[in-house]
Design a protein. Structure first.
Length: 317
């Protein structure tokens, strides 16, 4: 089982994804500030993983608060939430997780709970619940999606929407592949490298190889040629989408005209979180801004810019 993030007695433990695939290193983060910095520096990435990490960071920060009253704890906690929200302003799961953690204190106040330690324990329990819910949801989605993958299929992936993008274990889109394999099917994977951050080459290939799932890495512009004529599926993971976006197919996609665009003629499976009535049509929505360093190179600063500019894929094909 790949453990992306976990709660320990010493702090929040994270797999440093910036070092993969050459080094598998775990960091123990002992304060909410360290967790926030890890999210900002992309030690952890992927919307579900960010949400779980934020919840654990807030629980850790609350447990270290020296406030002796509920009012003191709430004052400290509000500041922690602001710090956490500033780490990745476009990550929907981040704000969702922070709101759930805020709700714990709000409920405790409504119930007139005056024991600070009890509230701290409730915050820790909520963070662990968010973690477990993510694991169970991805397992269930993997089982359902796995039924749609035929035996002997070849699946083309883009970016990384596996265990590394979630709390761990199955993952979102790669969970469909794991679900099919757990059902006894044979599945092979072709992974786009995914420039400029190389999530496919560094992360998807690493976690599939770790689970002994056959995987071949290709350059992004090879996708259409490689997949053409194969019995295949395009496998996609998405962020939360509005119902009307889902109905009319207005999903954020990075389908290249000469590459994945040609591959998109094949069956496409999209797997992701619930439909959201609050997000509007997606028009005018804030999009993630990539820093100059991320545009120029990969996670370790190496130049990878000889291909076209790639603005962080939201889908995994």
């Amino acid at each position: 089982m790949i453990k992306t993030v976990e709660w320990t007695s010493e702090g929040v433990r994270m797999l440093d994804q910036r070092l993969l695939p050459t080094e598998e290193k775990y960091l123990t983060l002992r304060s909410y500030e360290e967790v926030a910095d890890a999210i900002k520096q992309m030690v952890v990435r992927g919307a579900p993983a960010i949400g779980v990490s934020a919840a654990m960071g807030l629980a850790l920060g609350a447990s270290q608060s020296v406030g002796t009253s509920v009012a003191d704890l709430e004052f400290d906690f509000k500041f922690m939430c602001k710090v956490m929200e500033a780490t990745r302003p476009t990550a929907v799961n981040l704000f969702w997780a922070v709101e759930r953690m805020r709700g714990v204190i709000a409920k405790a106040k409504a119930e007139k709970v005056h024991d600070v330690e009890e509230i701290k324990n409730r915050l820790t329990a909520e963070a662990l619940t968010i973690f477990q819910e993510d694991i169970e949801a991805n397992r269930a989605l993997g089982r359902f999606g796995g039924e749609l993958i035929p035996d002997g299929a070849t699946v083309l992936t883009h970016c990384n929407a596996g265990a590394l993008a979630t709390a761990g274990d199955y993952g979102t889109a790669l969970g469909v592949i794991r679900g099919a394999i757990d059902a006894g099917k044979k599945v092979a994977v072709i992974a786009d490298e995914t420039r400029p951050f190389l999530q496919g080459a560094r992360l998807t290939a690493w976690e599939l190889a770790k689970d002994n799932i056959p995987v071949t890495v290709i350059t992004d512009n090879m996708a259409g040629h490689v997949i053409e004529g194969r019995q295949s599926r395009l496998r996609g993971g998405r962020r939360r989408s509005h119902r009307r976006q889902w109905r009319y197919g207005q999903q954020d996609r990075n389908l290249y005209g000469g590459g994945d665009g040609k591959a998109a003629q094949h069956p496409f499976l999209c797997r992701g979180p619930d439909l959201d009535d609050r997000s509007g049509h997606g028009n005018g929505r804030r999009h993630s801004h990539r820093t100059a360093r991320r545009q120029r190179g990969d996670a370790r600063g190496r130049n990878t810019t000889h291909s076209r500019r790639h603005i962080g894929a939201q889908f995994c094909f």
